[in-house]
Design a protein around this ligand. Structure first.
Ligand code: AMP
Length: 191
């Protein structure tokens, strides 16, 4: 089973993806994590995207599609969870083509519904928690970058909700509950 977790920054996609990995042995493909890894390892691509990510803007479709293609080629898991990908209609089309090439298909798109006010609190909270625990704070977890990230989401990513609705693959869950409540809602959607 291949699924997409769709939602704005702070909706809880990463948290729920990790639970699905544990419960269902699925493989999480987070383009955000891949890009951060490229930065840490100091690749040319990593250096190129650093400033764009820190500002909260989207990196080019070409880069993230390339990253996903590499993973689809390499991994053979119990289905993929696309987390933070696709974020544009062009990426959605590319994903469909890629899955077809690999003899796979997309089973379900889970939209995590939250209200906008909670997102800022969650992300600022995430930064504070990391700081307290002595962990590195994401450079884009600040209010200024967050504003841009939200704008990018509503402008470029939220049209995917209508697109997948029209394709009949969209399922929506309430992302406002406790982590385990959201997790069980996702479990029942996936059956
Ligand atoms: P995330 O960890 O998913 O919040 O992603 C962090 C940042 O990485 C985003 O703000 C973008 O700059 C970049 N990024 C991650 N995934 C994508 C994507 N699918 N398309 C474009 N940019 C992305």
């Amino acid at each position: 089973m291949n699924i997409i977790l769709l939602g704005p920054p702070g909706a809880g996609k990463g948290t729920q993806a990790a639970i699905l990995v544990e419960k269902r042995g699925m493989v999480q493909l987070s383009t955000g994590d891949m890009l951060r890894e490229a930065r840490t390892s100091g690749t040319e691509m990593g250096q190129k995207v650093a400033a764009i990510m820190d500002a909260g803007e989207l990196v080019t479709d070409e880069i993230v599609i390339g990253l996903i293609e590499e993973k689809l080629r390499a991994d053979e898991g119990n289905g993929f969870i696309f987390d933070g990908f696709p974020r544009t209609l062009a990426q959605a089309d590319a994903l469909e083509d890629l899955l077809k090439d690999f003899g796979q298909s997309l089973d379900c798109v889970i939209e995590m519904q939250v209200n906008d006010e909670i997102l800022v609190d969650r992300i600022v909270g995430r930064a504070e928690e990391a700081r307290k625990a002595g962990q590195p704070v994401r450079a884009d977890d600040n209010e200024e970058s967050l504003k841009i990230r939200l704008m990018e989401y509503y402008k470029k990513t939220s049209p995917l909700i209508g697109y997948y609705f029209a394709k009949g693959t969209l399922r929506s869950v309430n992302g406002l509950g406790e982590i385990d409540e959201v997790a069980s809602e996702i479990q029942s959607v996936l059956g």
